[in-house]
Design a protein around this ligand. Structure first.
Ligand code: ZN
Length: 332
């Protein structure tokens, strides 16, 4: 996450795509009681803490060191370091049988090409061309990384990346009417560079994106109160966020979602909102909400698995897969 304080809400309001709100609204059955045998319960139950822990362990570690060491880096300006993480994501998605590819773009601080990783679970219904995205940035940063080459970034953002990989594992076991894209970006800490290039390309290609769920820092909850934020830059994104809140409350996930008034362009969701797509940032409790419980190790070498609340992260990923499963609609 890259902090930038500018009131951008007004600008985004006018970019919202008419029609998407009504598309999303059809799914917000806030009042409907939980039906016995609701397939979403079993689907959400499959999200595992152990899977999240394994991904965070690998991503924070340096190659060749002891298991789960916190000496690694995924700094986008360091080609070998970031490409190791990109390759990890690509191989994992391939193993799940998803249509996977590297998405190249240029980053000023790195010679040659940089890559995002895109994995597609194709929709089963040609009449439903809409696309739902689950995203996170893979790259990390720490003060001093230019010399130390150490930026474990367990919370920022191995936690969100682990969420995307685990959502892919769970959702790829099902068939949906609509396509679900799982995307890991790089170049986020250099100014959302990877996601800007990606979102602009999908826009050029006329992609019909009805929702982007971007996870960035979903691992820190030291007071265990389950507060997390859904930052929505515009009205359509706000509606998308409401669906996540409805799902969280309806399935009793012991989380307290908050929608702060401000939605600064802190992460990759902003690249999609900029293109007029509904997009939310799912993040732990920052100072924008009513309370604050933000990771004190942010952008330091102390951002390691030790400070991660895996149960909290798991519940956020459960809320996300439950919401996306509704939006993509389970195919019979
Ligand atoms: Zn981040």
């Amino acid at each position: 996450m890259k902090r930038l304080f500018v009131s951008v809400t007004i600008v985004f309001l006018f970019c919202g795509v008419l029609g998407t709100a009504s598309f999303i609204a059809q799914f917000s059955t806030a009042t409907a009681a939980l039906q016995p045998g609701d397939p979403l319960v079993a689907l959400m139950e499959q999200v595992q803490e152990e899977q999240l822990r394994e991904h965070i362990c690998y991503l924070q570690s340096a190659e060749g060191g002891e298991a789960c060491n916190a000496q690694g880096s995924r700094w986008s300006c360091d080609g070998p370091a970031i490409d190791r993480a990109v390759e990890y994501g690509r191989q994992y998605f391939e193993k799940l049988g998803l249509r996977t590819k590297l998405d190249p773009y240029s980053l000023a601080c790195r010679p040659g090409l940089s890559y995002n990783v895109e994995a597609i679970l194709p929709g089963a219904d040609p009449q439903s061309p809409e696309i739902v995205l689950i995203t996170a940035h893979l790259d990390s940063f720490s003060q001093g990384v230019r010399t130390s080459r150490v930026a474990p970034g367990a919370d920022d953002n191995a936690s969100g990346s682990a969420g995307v990989l685990e959502a892919a594992r769970v959702l790829s076991q099902y068939k949906f009417k609509r396509s679900i894209y799982f995307v890991l970006f790089t170049g986020e800490e250099q100014g959302l560079v990877g996601s800007r290039a990606y979102a602009a390309r999908l826009k050029r290609e006329g992609a019909n994106i009805v929702g982007v769920f971007n996870m960035d820092m979903i691992g820190y909850d030291s007071d265990d109160n389950g507060v997390f934020e859904i930052q929505a830059p515009d009205e359509d994104s706000y509606q998308l966020g409401q669906l996540l809140i409805t799902t969280t409350n309806r399935y009793g996930l012991k989380l307290t979602p908050e929608v702060p008034d401000q939605a600064p362009p802190w992460s990759d969701h902003a690249s999609f909102a900029r293109q007029g797509y509904p997009a939310v940032l799912i993040i732990e409790d920052t100072e924008l909400g009513e309370s604050e419980d933000f990771n004190p190790y942010y952008h330091t070498t102390g951002d390691t698995l030790q400070a991660i609340n895996l149960s909290y992260a798991r519940r956020i990923v459960q809320a996300l897969v439950g919401t996306v499963a509704q939006l993509a609609e389970l195919a019979q």
